[in-house]
Structure formats: structure tokens, C-alpha cells
Design a binder for this molecule. Structure first.
Ligand SMILES: [Mn+2]
Length: 304
């Protein structure tokens, strides 16, 4: 087997978020030694530096969207950067940044899968479904809308980021850890038939059974994309996010989730988003995220 080649792509913006600070996420992950830890696992890691984009003007929403033009600009940058790494045969890790950046990232992965004849499966690890629209959103913050936009439900500027509309379809998503969904958003998710494994599902079935279900049907032709919103984790272990929701997976549940994804051997790309150092304590959430990403790349706690 050839050595897997990983490319880190920093995207230092909080353009789609309701709190400032996720723009510092890429540096916090670097400071927590993400590249070094993966290299220690025998992986080849290159840090491609940061994507550039507009400043956060911190304006109120216009027609239901905050910073639409700026969000589109950042996502075009992300799309180009992620697509280039995939085309070169590398495994991109997008270091966010807020979750609006998954529009560009997953649009690029979907385009790559179409070109390669691969089947896309997206594991959306998050407290939120991020399936809002301008009509359903209370805030206009676009980090609550990326899944809807990727499925063609959103403003032209975002739906068309990857040039293929829709970028992908609801059936590729498996949402895990969900525990905060707006009322209208719930109906949109039901209508789209997105497969959601919410915290109640995890409580009742355990993380093992949940991940078996979320990974069912993954085969040798599957490209697994993990979109890891750090607010997926319980805030007692991961305080460094702007949108904490209590009652998330604990440390062992999160580790098992990552280990079971690693076991498939099909991980093809990753987003790490919503890490907000302004809310963190001594970079502990960044260190935890790095720890979990090590497990995602096969660092097992099992002794064998
Ligand atoms: Mn999210």
C-alpha cells in the first residue's frame, strides 16, 4: 500500500457564524500539532497554508442571509483548494473556520466522486442538522445552512459554488449526534428524508450500533467524507465552540465513532470546523479534536 498523502488546508474565517473566533481554528489545530501527530502515524502530511478570502464585515442579515457574498467568495476558494488536492490524489483535511465552508469542501468532494465514478457518503458529525434556509433560519447565519445548500436548497450564489446543481443529494448524508434543530428545519429534514441519528438514537442504541447503521452499504468504491463539527462533542469535554449544546457524545463514544470510521479504510476527506479558540480553555478542545482525528486515521486504543 502506498503511503497516504494528506494535505492540510486552513480556512481562517468565521464568516458564516453567529459568534466571532472560528477564524482562529486553523492555527489552534496547528498549535495542537495536528500535522506532527498524523506524521507520527506514518502518514505523509503537507500543510498547504491558508485559503484567502474577505474580512468578516459583521453585518445583519439581508433577505435572510448574513454575509452572503463573502460566504460565497470563501467557498469558491475552498472548492478550488479541495478539488486540487483530490485531483492530485491527496486526502484533504479542511481546517475551519465555520461550517458554512462545507459547501465548498463537499461540493469539491462530490465533483471528484462524479469524475472518478465513486459513491459518496458524508458522515455529518454535528449537534445541528445545518439544513436551514432563509425562510426557516432565525439568525441568517449561513453555518446553519450548508447541507440544504449542497442539496440545492439555498441561494444561487451558494447552490452553484461547484458548478453542478445540486452539488449532491440528501441520500448521501448520515447525520450523527444531532440534538438541536429549529422547528421549520425539522420539517425540511423530514421532507428531504435525510438520515439522522440523533442523540436519542445514540442513547437507545449505543454508538456501536449507530455507526454500524451509518456505515451500512459502504464498500470498496465508497469515498467517505467526514464533516466534523466540534460542537458534535459534549461541551464538558469540548468547550471551545461558539454553539455548545449539552448532551453530546462523551469521550469514549466519540473515540468509538472515529475508530469505526477508520476501520472501513474508506476515509477520503475531512472537514474540522467550528473550533473556536476564543471560547476554549488552554487549547484543550483543539487538542481533543487532534486526538480524535488521530483515531480517525487509525490510532487505536486496542492493544493488539
Ligand atoms: Mn455544523
Amino acid at each position: 500500500m502506498t503511503k497516504q498523502s494528506i494535505s492540510l488546508i486552513g480556512v481562517p474565517t468565521d464568516i458564516g457564524a453567529g459568534h466571532r473566533g472560528a477564524s482562529m481554528g486553523p492555527e489552534a489545530l496547528r498549535v495542537a500539532r495536528l500535522a506532527e501527530k498524523l506524521a507520527k502515524r506514518g502518514l505523509s502530511v503537507v500543510d498547504r497554508g491558508n485559503v484567502a478570502g474577505p474580512m468578516n464585515p459583521w453585518q445583519p442579515p439581508v433577505d435572510g442571509y448574513r454575509h452572503l457574498a463573502e460566504v460565497a467568495a470563501w467557498n469558491h476558494g475552498v472548492f478550488d483548494a479541495v478539488r486540487a488536492e483530490l485531483d492530485a490524489g491527496h486526502l484533504p483535511i479542511m481546517l475551519g473556520g465555520d461550517h458554512c465552508l462545507a459547501i465548498g469542501s463537499i461540493a469539491a468532494v462530490a465533483a471528484h466522486c462524479r469524475a472518478q465514478g465513486k459513491t459518496l457518503r458524508v458522515l455529518w458529525l454535528d449537534a445541528h442538522s445545518d439544513f436551514n434556509t432563509a425562510l426557516a433560519t432565525p439568525s441568517g447565519n449561513i453555518h446553519g445552512m450548508p447541507v440544504a445548500c449542497l442539496c440545492g436548497n439555498g441561494p444561487k450564489e451558494l447552490v452553484e459554488v461547484g458548478g453542478h446543481v445540486p452539488a449532491t443529494t440528501p441520500d448521501v448524508f448520515r447525520q450523527i449526534g444531532i440534538r438541536s434543530v429549529d422547528d421549520m428545519e425539522k420539517q425540511l429534514i423530514r421532507d428531504a428524508q435525510v438520515q439522522v441519528f440523533d442523540m436519542r438514537h445514540i442513547d437507545e442504541n449505543g454508538m456501536k450500533r449507530t455507526m454500524e447503521e451509518a456505515l451500512a452499504g459502504v464498500d470498496a468504491n465508497t469515498h467517505l467524507h467526514v464533516s466534523f463539527d466540534v460542537d458534535f462533542l459534549d461541551p464538558t469535554i469540548a468547550p471551545g465552540v461558539g454553539t455548545t449544546v449539552r448532551g453530546g457524545p462523551n469521550y469514549r463514544e466519540a473515540q468509538l465513532c472515529m475508530e469505526m470510521i477508520a476501520d472501513t479504510g474508506r476515509l477520503g476527506s475531512l472537514d474540522i470546523v467550528e473550533l473556536n479558540p476564543a471560547y476554549d480553555k488552554r487549547n484543550q478542545t483543539a487538542k481533543l479534536a487532534v486526538d480524535l482525528v488521530e483515531s480517525l486515521f487509525g490510532k487505536s486504543t486496542l492493544i493488539h
